[in-house]
Design a protein around this ligand. Structure first.
Ligand code: IFG
Length: 566
C-alpha cells in the first residue's frame, strides 16, 4: 500500500513558505550543540572552539577491545560521506594530532583533561564530549558511554554525514562540551515480528534506528496467534508449521538460531539488548496448530491469519504445557545474553482468576530457573511477585490500582502507554497504515507525557524506563516500519534519556526538524508530520519533499564485525 504523504495544512505551508523566502539563498543553519536529540544533560557551547574534521584526521582510542569496536563503528559511520581514510589507532601507538579520541576513564594515557576523573558521574551509559580547536574527545567509563558519545558526535556534523556516498561538505563541528547520562536505564522499542514476519536485514535496520537515539533495548514479539518466529529444537513444528503463516495469509517465516544470534550480535555491537517475548498463556494459536496436545480440547485449531485477539490459550491444566514452557524458555534463554525474558500474559481472556495467576506464577518460576529476570505485560500484576519482576504497562488511563499494588510488592515498570507510545497507532485519520483503538498519536502526543509520573502513585524510582511497541497487524514492510517509527521514536527516546527539566515540546519540535535531512540522506522513510517545522528542501519550493522509499534498504552502516561467524 503506497504511503501517502500527509499534506500539511495551509498555515504550515505558509510558515514553510515564509521560511523558504528567508532561506531562499541561505544554506541550512549549521548544527549547534543544543540541537542534539535526545536532549543532553548539560551543554556548554564555545564557538571559539569549532573544529573542522579534515582528511588527515585519525581516530585514537584506548587499547581496550570494546573501545576499539566503538572506534571502528565510528570510522564506518564517517568514512562513506567524507571519503576520508580516518585510520583507527590505539594508545599503544603514537597518535597524530587533530583527531577524534575515544577515552575510557581509568585509561590515563589519553586523558588530557584533569577535570575528568573516574567518578565523574558518567555512570554505565554516560559520556563527556568535548570539541576544541585541537579535535574531539569523547570520555566515558564504559564502551557503551563511548558509543552514546559517538551518536551525539554524529548529530553535530552536517546532515549529509549520513550519505552513503562521498559528499563535498565542510565537516564543521560546533565547539564546546556536552556532559550527558540517561534518566532511565531501560529505553526501548518493540517490533512485532509475529503478525507479519520481517527478515533479519529489516530487524538490523531497526536496531540502527534505536542506536541513533541512544535506545538500548529491542523487544522482539516472537510469537502470537498468526505466527511463531523462533526455531525451538525440542519442538520443531513450532517454527516449521507455526511459522508458516502471518496476517493476511502471507508465507510468514521464522528465525533460525543462527538468524537470532546474528540479530543479538548486531544489536550487542550497538549496545542494544534483545528482549525476547514468548507470549503466554494467550496469543498461542500458532503453537496449537503445530502441537494440538497443548490445546484445551486437544484439537488443532485452523491456522489464523486475521487480527482478532484473546481467543486462544495453552491448556493451563495439562502438565505437558509446562514441559513445553520449560523447553521453549530454556532454549530461548540460552540464545539470549540479556537478562530479560518476556512472557507476555496479555489478553488471555479465557484464562481467569486463580487459574491465570497460578499459570503465571509457575511460568515466572520457570523463567527464574533459566537465570533470567521476568518481564510481562501489566496483566501479570495480580500474580505473586518474583525477585526483579518488571511489568510492561500499556494502559491508557494512569489510575491502575492492580499495577500500583504490584509495584508496592516490588515490581518495576516499563511505561508503554497505549495512547502515547503505541506506534502502530495512526498519526492522523488519513495515515495509510496503523490502528486507532488507543486514539491517534501525533508527534506531540508521543512526546508530551512523563514516564516518571504517568501511573498514579508510582514514583519514578519504580520506573525502569520506556518502550515504544510497534505492532504489525497492518504494517508489512520496512518502509512502513520506518514511517511509523519516525518521527515519533525520537520523542520516546528523549523521554527515556533526557532530564525532565529539558522537557519542552516547542524546543523538541525545532530540534527534531533538523533530523528530516539526516533521515533523507540515510535513505530512511519517515512521516513529514505537519506539527514539525521541517526545513524547506531546495530553494523556494514550499512543497514538502516526499519521503524516500528506498529501493534496496540496507543497514545504516556497514555491520561492525560481529563476534560470531557471519
Ligand atoms: N493489544 C495487543 C497486541 C496488539 C495491539 C495492537 C498488547 C499487549 C493491541 N496486546 O498490546 O497483541 O494486537 O495495537
Amino acid at each position: 500500500m503506497p504511503l501517502s504523504v500527509h499534506e500539511p495544512d495551509a498555515a504550515t505551508l505558509a510558515r514553510s513558505a515564509d521560511k523558504a523566502a528567508g532561506e531562499l539563498l541561505a544554506p541550512p543553519a549549521p548544527v549547534q550543540l543544543p540541537d542534539v536529540v535526545p536532549a543532553p544533560q548539560r551543554v556548554e557551547p564555545d564557538p571559539a572552539e569549532d573544529w573542522l574534521l579534515s582528511p588527515d584526521a585519525v581516530i585514537v582510542t584506548s587499547a581496550d577491545p570494546a573501545a576499539l569496536t566503538v572506534a571502528a563503528y565510528l570510522a564506518e559511520l564517517l568514512r562513506p560521506a567524507t571519503g576520508y581514510p580516518l585510520p583507527v589507532t590505539d594508545t599503544t601507538r603514537p597518535a597524530a594530532t587533530g583527531g577524534i579520541a575515544l577515552v575510557l576513564t581509568g585509561d590515563d594515557s589519553l586523558k588530557d583533561d584533569a577535570s575528568l576523573n573516574d567518578d565523574d558521574g558518567l555512570g554505565a551509559e554516560g559520556y563527556q564530549l568535548a570539541v576544541t580547536r585541537a579535535g574531539v574527545t569523547i570520555t566515558a567509563a564504559t564502551a557503551t558511554g563511548l558509543f552514546h558519545g559517538v551518536q551525539t558526535l554524529r548529530q553535530l556534523l552536517p546532515p549529509t554525514i549520513e550519505s552513503a556516498v562521498p559528499v563535498t561538505e565542510r565537516w564543521m563541528l560546533p565547539g564546546g562540551t556536552i556532559t550527558d547520562a540517561p534518566r532511565f536505564p531501560y529505553r526501548g522499542a518493540m517490533l512485532d515480528v509475529a503478525r507479519h514476519f520481517f527478515p533479519v536485514e529489516d530487524v538490523l535496520r531497526v536496531v540502527d534506528h534505536l542506536a541513533r537515539y541512544k535506545l538500548n533495548h529491542l523487544h522482539l514479539h516472537l510469537t502470537d496467534d498468526q505466527g511463531w518466529r523462533i526455531a525451538v529444537d525440542s519442538w520443531p513444528r513450532l517454527s516449521t508449521v507455526g511459522g508458516a503463516t502471518e496476517v493476511g495469509g502471507g508465507p510468514g517465516g521464522h528465525y533460525t538460531k543462527a538468524d537470532y544470534r546474528r540479530i543479538v550480535s548486531y544489536a550487542a555491537a550497538r549496545h542494544v539488548t534483545v528482549v525476547p517475548e514468548i507470549d503466554l498463556p494467550g496469543h498461542t494459536n500458532s503453537a496449537l496448530v503445530a502441537y494440538p496436545e497443548l490445546a484445551p480440547d486437544k484439537v488443532a485449531p485452523p491456522p489464523y491469519t486475521g487480527t482478532e485477539v484473546g481467543f486462544s490459550y495453552v491448556d493451563p491444566a495439562d502438565e505437558r504445557t509446562y514441559d513445553f514452557i520449560t523447553d521453549v524458555l530454556g532454549e530461548v534463554a540460552a540464545l539470549t545474553p540479556g537478562p530479560w525474558l518476556h512472557i507476555g500474559g496479555d489478553e488471555a481472556f479465557k484464562v481467569k482468576g486463580e487459574v491465570y495467576t497460578g499459570f503465571v506464577e509457575r511460568t515466572q518460576r520457570i523463567v527464574a530457573d533459566t537465570g533470567k529476570t521476568v518481564v510481562g505485560w501489566h496483566q501479570l500484576a495480580p500474580a505473586a511477585h518474583v525477585d526483579g519482576r518488571v511489568l510492561q504497562w500499556w494502559g491508557t488511563n494512569g489510575d491502575d490500582p492492580a499495577t500500583l499494588e504490584a509495584v508496592r510488592r516490588g515490581a518495576r515498570l516499563i511505561l508503554s502507554p497505549g495512547n502515547h507510545a503505541y506506534l502502530d497507532m495512526k498519526y492522523a485519520p488519513d495515515t495509510p497504515v496503523g490502528q486507532d483503538w488507543a486514539g491517534l498519536i501525533d508527534v506531540r502526543r508521543a512526546y508530551d507525557w512523563d514516564p516518571g509520573s504517568h501511573v498514579t502513585g508510582v514514583a519514578d524510582d519504580a520506573v525502569l524506563g520506556v518502550e515504544a511497541p510497534l505492532w504489525t497487524e497492518s504494517v508489512t514492510s520496512l518502509a512502513e516500519i520506518e514511517f511509523m517509527l519516525l518521527p515519533r521514536l525520537p520523542a520516546i527516546a528523549e523521554l527515556g534519556w533526557s532530564p525532565r527539566a529539558t522537557h519542552d515540546w516547542a524546543g523538541f519540535r525545532d530540534r527534531l526538524a533538523g533530523h528530516g535531512r539526516r533521515w533523507t540522506a540515510a535513505g530512511i522513510t519517515f512521516h513529514r508530520a505537519p506539527e514539525v517545522p521541517w526545513p524547506v528542501e531546495g530553494a523556494g519550493s514550499a512543497q514538502p519533499v516526499r519521503p524516500q522509499i528506498p529501493a534496496q534498504p540496507g543497514p545504516d552502516n556497514a555491520p561492525v564485525p560481529s563476534t560470531d561467524n557471519p
